[in-house]
Design a protein around this ligand. Sequence first.
Ligand SMILES: N[C@@H](CCC(=O)N[C@@H](CS)C(=O)NCC(=O)O)C(=O)O
Length: 219
Amino acid sequence: MMHSPLTLVIGNKTYSSWSLRPWLFLKQMGVEFQEIRVPLYADSSATLIQSYSPSGKVPVLLDGELKIWDSLAICEYVNEKYLNHAGLPENIAVRAVARSICAEMHSGFMGLRTELNMNCRRKIPGLEFSHLAKQDIARIGEIWRVCRQQYGQAGEWLFGEFSIADAMFAPVAFRFAGYGVTVGDVEQQYINSLLALPAMQQWQQDACQETEVLPQFER
Ligand SMILES: N[C@@H](CCC(=O)N[C@@H](CS)C(=O)NCC(=O)O)C(=O)O
């Protein structure tokens, strides 16, 4: 059997939302890869991650000698090199919208990230969130509604077919489910689609097998 040249180095599946994004994109698009898991914030983590990743962060994709770090850069690279661009909408204007929401996710939503950190192992509904986090939740709902309604007719994803944009927003599905965030029908249907993916279920099952507990993400 021929080994795939690709290796994706990821963090703990329980906590590492940045790792989930390219992992899901590769799985969903049928790109084969080996996986190396480096548990985060342990004594040897920094040295080990640095040996793979120039940024000292995961995820990082190894393609032979080439290292591609950062979730979005990995998805874009795989899309160009292995998918003949099938991972983004074909139409240039729609593709620009898809890239805009990927960038918005990648560089924003600080309230959501800090107060609703991803933790695939637990459910804690009923928390009170700050105004900032509520604004983020509302904005994500708006993005999903607009995309589903304007560009999503061809399927169940933000742009119809599964794309990088869905991978970038996938951790939000675990977050909203875990924190019991109430959303509208369109958004809930989209969350259900994400949570029903075999790859998402596999990620969560793997997370539940992990033994590390990082108190900073368990408040
Ligand atoms: N912008 C980066 C963020 C990567 C990131 O923050 N990774 C975290 C784990 S989710 C990490 O490696 N933390 C380890 C550390 O900072 O020592 C991306 O999109 O990949």
